[in-house]
Design a protein around this ligand. Structure first.
Ligand code: ADP
Ligand code: MG
Length: 696
């Protein structure tokens, strides 16, 4: 690979390619659609399709696909070739405007909740021109939205695009009140930091739990965990470095702005952060990033685990969703500037976030609910299930001053001395670094840290955009009526602080005290997916999403149902996998060790008559006892899975999986993990955590 600037985006049908290959008026109309969110005139579709096809063929593509994100969390593709039969048995390569704009995949193969019956599984995909098409593995991929024939969103992108519109509508009103009349569009921006684990494929292939569930269902703790944090920002191992280099190159070719890579807190854990971009592009790029991570890892004899908690007792993986709002004139509404207290638009934007997060804690929690993420939240290394906000001392003081009508003396900016004169003074960031907060202001943006590593960023951003749009709508109603915009902005901030400041918490979110304090403040604590998801259907939420045209009642019901169904399915697979592992591998493995102990005791007796063999006999008794318990629990688990399958109500079923099945699985695990510590490695059927995490 040569100079990065020479190959960055070479597989993307991006602005410069379009400018080069399209007639000027066509190019302008696409450009407007992208920057202003307007719809594209279908008459130009043929022209674009032709250019796209010629470009794609020059990149070696033979097929095209509408690339979309059904509610499975991963992307879907259905490849069609460009080939069309021509006269005298030859072929020509064809691709029409119609094929570009609209596709009709079989919707029945994707989750659609109750819609399946009503709409006979008919659905269509529609081109999203705001995210560039690209060539991947010889296929032209066209980013699309996926809807039912009745127009109900069946994917994650459609509601997100709608929520971006909703936010734009309200934010425009606000900036116009502030005299920024040249602003034509306010976009939300996202930079998702992606955490992941890399393990050796050879070990992976020996673990049915990793193969089927992407996480270990059993596994004794290694002697060395992350206690010493050697791994964090440590030197990257050559094999991992080679993977990262190739991953970067692959992503750069696809126009993904992969930027920083470093080791994370847990052994074998890493992170990739891209440069932020418009929300829907960020979402598409994150899907591509996850896909490429898996592919590139495979080429290096590695496996990339994107599960939120692949190893118990070791840090889980998240996806920090960095979020802000930005005008088409280049103003970041969450940029505080030199004197935040003299920046009413910034303070008002901050207030909007405070009100939105306080009012809709449930939605943020719901947006990240999954079986995998439940294992991570509140595990003393990830945000608790309680949503709160970190603003840092200074901003909290400024807002409190507004609330109390006092003046805040600006910026006691602290300079930080590094102790050696040669190192320049670094201004101490006044937002500090609080890594325990689920929703933290980190300078210019908010960082939402509850999102799980395997999830799409779409749902979370649909929620954030909509709830902020709703608050901004209320603010705009007031500002538009006010004579003095700045004075009214102050009033709004004051009122917001009075009503919603309980959501602000600058302390340690991992601590026990916070759990109690949060309860005193009346904050929600929706511990599991089953506790959280049913609230999606609350009237408050249906009204919110309908008010802004983001999701209707039917769509919300479908989404809640799919999440719960998914939850039960995942636990079902996990339970079945565990049953098989215990039955076929673990019990026989323990048996082998017992057999060995018996032989050992026998042999000892033969060699030295009267020798004490209580160590062996005690262990034999203990392991036999363990085996008996495992047989019993496995039987119980098998029955529980059967009963679960007979529950038809989705919520009740998910609740049963959570309460009964998950806890039985934990009981089994406590026995197998203890056994793993005493059984000889040669008798234990699976690679240990120490191998998975340290041998790479
Ligand atoms: P840290 O790991 O300390 O949180 P990083 O630099 O790794 O910080 O990640 C910060 C992320 O935030 C990057 O992906 C960056 O692009 C993103 N980001 C920065 N500014 C904005 C913004 N205005 N809107 C959205 N994301 C942003
Ligand atoms: Mg971060």
């Amino acid at each position: 690979m040569g100079n990065v600037s020479e190959f960055f985006g070479i597989n993307v049908f991006n602005d410069s390619v379009m400018q080069r290959m399209l007639p000027n008026d066509t190019y302008q109309s696409i450009k407007n659609a992208i920057s202003q969110g307007t719809s594209i005139d279908s008459s130009i579709a043929d022209t674009v399709a032709l250019a796209m096809k010629n470009w794609a063929i020059s990149k070696g593509a033979t097929h095209f696909t509408h690339w979309f994100q059904p509610m499975t969390g991963i992307t879907a593709e259905k490849h069609d070739s460009f080939i069309s039969p021509a006269e005298n048995g030859s072929v020509i390569m064809e691709f029409s405007g119609k094929e570009l704009i609209k596709g009709e995949p079989d919707a029945s193969s994707f989750p659609s909740g109750g819609l399946r019956a009503t709409f006979e599984a008919r659905g269509y995909t529609a081109w999203d021109p705001s995210s560039y098409a690209f060539v991947k593995d010889g296929t032209l991929c066209i980013p699309t939205a996926f809807c039912s024939y009745g127009g109900e969103a069946l994917d994650q992108k459609t509601p997100m695009l709608r929520s971006m519109e909703a936010l734009n509508r309200q934010a425009l009103r606000i900036v116009h009140c502030f005299g920024m009349t040249d602003v034509k569009r306010v976009n939300t921006t996202v930079g998702p930091e992606q955490e992941y684990f890399l393990i050796d494929k050879e070990f992976y292939e020996k673990r049915p739990d990793l193969i089927f569930c992407d996480r270990t269902l059993i596994g004794a703790k290694p002697p060395k965990g992350q206690e010493m944090s050697h791994h964090y920002f440590g030197v990257i191992k050559p094999r991992v470095a080679a993977f990262m280099k190739e991953l970067d190159e692959e992503l750069w070719k696809l126009g993904v702005l992969a930027k920083t890579e470093h080791n994370e807190a847990a052994p074998a854990q890493h992170e990739l952060a891209p440069i932020f971009t418009t929300t829907n592009i960020a979402a598409d790029h994150n899907q591509l990033t996850m896909e490429m991570m898996k592919k590139v890892a495979d080429r290096h004899g590695l496996v990339c685990l994107l599960h939120e908690k692949p190893f118990a007792g070791v840090n889980g993986s998240g996806k920090h969703n960095n979020w802000s709002m930005s005008t088409d004139t280049g103003v970041n509404l969450l940029k505080q500037g030199k004197n935040p207290s003299d920046n009413p638009l910034f303070l008002l934007s901050l207030a909007a976030l405070i009100e939105a997060v306080d009012k809709h804690q449930d939605l943020l929690r719901i947006s990240i609910a999954s079986a995998g993420n439940d294992h991570r939240l509140g595990a003393a290394e990830a945000p608790p299930a309680i949503v709160s906000m970190f603003l840092g001392e200074e901003l909290t003081e400024i807002l409190t001053a507004v609330e109390n009508g006092t003046h805040h003396d600006d910026l006691k900016r602290v300079k930080m001395s590094m102790g050696a004169d040669i190192i320049p003074y670094i201004r101490k960031d006044n937002t500090d670094r609080n890594r325990t907060s689920p929703f933290a202001f980190t300078g210019n943006k908010f960082e939402f840290r509850m999102l799980g590593s395997s999830a799409s960023v779409s749902d979370t951003n649909t929620m954030i955009n909509t709830m902020v749009a709703d608050v901004l709508m209320g603010y705009a109603d007031r500002l538009e009526k006010a004579e003095d915009c700045i004075a009214e902005a102050h009033n709004i901030i004051r009122d917001t602080m009075k009503a919603h400041k309980r959501i602000i918490f600058n302390g340690d979110g991992y601590s026990e005290e916070w759990q109690k304090e949060a309860e005193r403040r009346g904050l929600l604590n929706l511990r599991s997916t089953v506790d959280a998801v049913p609230h999606f259907k609350d009237n408050k939420n249906i009204e919110l999403f309908e008010r802004h045209g983001v999701l209707n009642r039917t769509e919300i019901n479908i989404r809640a149902d799919i999440t719960l169904e998914n939850y039960s399915q995942i636990l079902n697979i996990e339970a079945q996998t565990l049953i098989g592992m215990v039955q076929r591998d673990i019990i026989p493995g323990i048996g082998k060790h017992i057999e060995y102990l018996c032989r050992l005791a026998e042999g000892k007796k033969k060699v030295c008559e009267g020798i004490d063999i209580t160590t062996e006999t005690d262990m034999i008794k203990r392991l036999s006892n363990d085996t008996a318990n495992l047989v019993k629990l496995n039987q119980k688990l098998r029955q529980a899975v059967k009963s679960a399958e007979n529950i038809s109500d989705l919520e009740e079923k998910a609740r049963f999986y959570h309460d009964e099945i998950l806890s039985l699985m934990e009981d089994i695990r406590s026995i197998t993990d203890a056994a793993e510590e005493v059984v000889a490695t040669e008798h234990w059927p699976y690679p240990h955590y120490s191998e998975l995490l340290f041998k790479i």
